[in-house]
Design a protein around this ligand. Structure first.
Ligand code: HEC
Ligand code: HEC
Length: 334
């Protein structure tokens, strides 16, 4: 595939059709029916599948490592109690095994890092970015840098980016959870509750705790001890609204109005969840400290319905607040 075909707007649609043919029925049903189409000048990449991996003639030992990375990505619960302390897999938020546009595809990290990251104020590489999702989204502790599990996860991300040049030019189509237009009527708790009760409780439960069966996450927790903590990206209203709009209810993506998506995001993010790992002991102070780089878009440390959100010492299932790797760091070489 040469670069010019990747900039060609129809490339994604065509290749998606080709890759859909090879997906199994269950996975096919999980693919969004009506994803927004690429805009002129956007960089489009269709990541390879695990079937493509088997056909590739790379070293068998590398294939084994990438398979392990894939397995960790879709069943991260195998690290429960060691690195993961909630009811999430990486694929709970990075849908389609981390390949799907508008659902946090993970390959862009492999070709745009190392880069400066505002959230922690220093240059991060791929392993550190993965570590971030362990610390916040999985309410956990990342596998050590350079460990078998970390190398396997990084290798899986890099495999998905196969053929993409480093630091590609142009905006990446469907990266992250692209921001929706601002809500015309603001965000409202009562309206959001209604949206949740009508469209979400059948899977995620009225108390947001989801469903775990025989150690397998069937439906992840949208809030509470089994969910991501207060420092996770989804806690920002604009990120959650976009995730929901483009991916939920499961099997009916893009069916809610933008307004409903903002309202339900606000409702979910007005519930409690495990403490922010950067907690200083005072929720208002913590909000203020990370306001510019993060909490300006969350309800953490604000009063909603008479409750000060995040005002507790509950760290969920783990027995520590903050994993060591979150220490601030400066690049010291001249
Ligand atoms: C609770 C939801 C959630 C879970 C679970 C989760 N992530 Fe993320 N992840 C996010 C959000 C939100 C972002 C930021 C997306 C954005 O900036 O729009 C993100 C970003 C990323 C990125 C950067 C993507 C880019 O475009 O540069 C990588 C890599 C990543 N996650 C890897 C992982 C891995 C590996 C796991 C499992 C160990 C994981 N994530 C689990 C929510 C999640
Ligand atoms: C048919 C079942 C189903 C319905 C209905 C549903 N979800 Fe989900 N949801 C899932 C599954 C399953 C996942 C994990 C993704 C995966 O494994 O493919 C998920 C993931 C999520 C996540 C990310 C992980 C987490 O728990 O934070 C959020 C947020 C979410 N759903 C919100 C919603 C909202 C809001 C609605 C209603 C508008 C909704 N869901 C409706 C099944 C459902």
């Amino acid at each position: 595939m040469n670069i010019s075909t990747r900039y060609f707007p129809q490339a994604w649609a065509f290749a998606a059709l080709v890759s859909l043919v090879s997906l199994n029925v269950q996975a096919e049903a999980r693919y969004p029916a009506n994803v927004p189409q690429p805009k002129e000048g956007q960089f489009v990449h269709v990541p390879p599948t695990m079937e493509d991996l088997e056909k590739n003639n790379m070293h068998p030992e590398l294939k084994r490592v990438i398979r392990r990375g894939h397995d960790l990505f879709v069943n991260t619960q195998q690290l429960r109690g060691k690195n993961v302390f909630n009811n999430m897999n990486c694929s709970s938020c990075h849908m389609g095994e981390g390949r799907q546009p508008f659902a946090g595809p993970v390959w862009p990290a492999a070709v745009t890092l190392p880069d400066f990251r505002g959230k922690n104020g220093h240059v991060n590489n791929l392993e550190e970015r993965i570590a971030g999702c362990f610390s916040y989204s999985m309410n956990g502790k990342p596998p050590a840098y350079g460990s078998d599990d970390m190398i396997a996860l990084a290798a899986y991300h890099q495999w998905l980016a196969k053929g993409v040049p480093m630091y590609p030019e142009g905006q990446i189509y469907g990266r992250g959870y692209p921001r929706l237009p601002e809500p015309a009527k603001g965000m409202d708790y009562a309206r959001g509750k209604k949206v949740f009760e009508t469209n979400c409780v059948m899977c995620h439960g009225a108390d947001g705790s989801g469903l775990v069966q025989n150690g397998k996450v069937v439906f992840p927790a949208t809030w509470g001890d089994g969910s991501n903590n207060w420092g996770a990206g989804l806690v920002r209203h604009f990120t959650l609204a976009s995730f929901v709009k483009h991916n939920m209810p499961l099997g009916r993506p893009n069916s809610l109005s933008d307004q409903d998506a903002w309202d339900v995001a606000y409702y979910i993010n007005s519930q409690e969840r495990p403490q922010e790992p950067r907690y200083t002991g005072d929720v208002r102070e913590t909000r203020e400290k990370y306001l510019k780089t993060f909490h300006a878009n969350t309800s953490y440390g604000l009063k909603v319905n008479g409750r000060l959100l995040g005002d507790h010492d509950n760290v969920g299932e783990k027995d520590f607040l903050k994993p060591d790797v979150l220490r601030p760091r400066t690049f010291t070489a001249e």
